[in-house]
Every structure is written in C-alpha cells, then in structure tokens.
Design a protein around this ligand. Sequence first.
Ligand SMILES: Cc1ncc(COP(=O)(O)O)c(C=O)c1O
Length: 261
Amino acid sequence: MPALTGKHYFNYGGQGPLPNDSLAAMVACWQKLQQLGPFGRDVWPWLNLELSALRKALSQLCGVPPQRITLTENVSSGCVLPLWGLPFEAGDRLLISNAEHPGVVAACRELARRQGLAIDFFPVQQVRSDSELLEALNQGLQARTRLVVLSHLLWNTGVVMPIAAVAQQLQAKQNQPWLLVDAAQSVGSLELGDAAAQADIYAFTGHKWCCGPEGLGAVVLSERVLAEANPTLIGWRSLSNESEGSSSWHKDGRRFEVATS
Ligand SMILES: Cc1ncc(COP(=O)(O)O)c(C=O)c1O
C-alpha cells in the first residue's frame, strides 16, 4: 500500500488506502478497454463478464443472490436512489437514528418536504446494549412509520448495530416499515452476517474499508424493494431493452443503475 510508505496511516473511515494489486488491476482494466476499443463491438462481452463477476463477488460477500445487487458510485447514491423510488404517501413518517451521516439525513429531509412526510429521530448513541436499542426503536415507531434509517456500524462512535434483530422487529410490525442501512463503515471491516440480506436497502462503497477505488459502490436491495420501488435517476442502464418504444426497467438491481460511470 503506497499510502503506508513513510507514514502512519489511521483509517478513520473516510477513505481507505489502495493496495498495489488494486492499483495494478485498475490500470490493466483501463488498458484492456483501450485495446478492445471503448464502446466498440468487442468490448461489451468482456465488460459484461467483468460486471457479472463483480456482482457475483459482492453477492457472496453480502450473502444474497446477484440479482439483488445494484452497482452504484458511493454510499450516498446507494441509499438515495432506491429510497426516492419507494411508494410513500403524504402523512407517512420516516424514523431516523440520531447517528446518521448528514448527507443521508439531508436526502430524507428533502424527500419529506417534497412528499409531505414527517420525520422522527430515535436515540442510538446513548444506548448501551442491543436490547436498549430495540426498545428505543420500538418507542420511536408510530402507526404511520414507513421507513427506518440506521447505520450498521456508527461512524461517530464505532458501535455495531444489531441489524438482523432490527429487521426482525420490523418484520413483526403490521405495515412492515422499510429498513435502510448505511453500511459505509461495516462492509470490509466486519463480518456482515445476515445484515445485508435482512435489510431492504444496504448501501456501501469500495473506497473505505474495502481499500478499493472511489467512485465504485453497491447497494443490496430486498425483493420487495425490487418489486415495489420505481427507478429514480434514470438512464440507459436502467432499461431492460434499449430498443423498445416504451420504457421497461430491469426487474433486478440494475433498475437503479443509471448511465456511464
Ligand atoms: C456513515 C457514512 N455514510 C455515508 C458516507 C458518505 O459516503 P459516500 O461519499 O461514499 O457517499 C460516509 C462518509 O464518510 C459515512 O461515514
């Protein structure tokens, strides 16, 4: 890792260092694209193989089938693209932990403003055990709560949240609220267990604890998000058939992919 040469590097979760092997793989990929010819006939079969291998590797890491993976560019877009496609109604409520990242909170606020939703917060930084956390969640849930936002590993305190237990608690509720998990700090730093598989939206990036490049992230979506949420930021990669007269979206995670990136 060149970033470790001549200095002590404390990865506090902003951006991880790149290993030489990753750097070499990135350069080799760019060279291959140029050799085959960008957007040329020969490049697509190779690119499609690379993409499905990546989707498969990420699906194994997260314990879900590949069709539940959407490739994104960072944590924030992985949270926001599917979030904004969920079917909310005016008067619905969003329940957000008090340890979420400002970008994700801002996206919830703007969504609430546009769609007439209400926002509630529940305390997670203060709780000292999983049972206290589940109790705080229970207290925060209201009849119209349609979404809960909670990080897997809190960026401000480093505490790990019991995501699978939270998901089970929500599944037991009538009108089961969606569970959006910001996984910026968990993927690459800890065993994910059932967390990614149990959440509705589980968003992460390559550039933090995976020690990968910035600009490449992914989000795991639940089957019900794939069935009920519509694409939001739309481009040719969202379409299942580019030549059709009408727009038909991919039914798998690609419905939230956008365009050249
Ligand atoms: C918890 C958390 N969420 C979201 C982000 C934003 O990440 P990105 O720039 O990949 O969207 C960060 C960045 O540090 C973070 O720590």
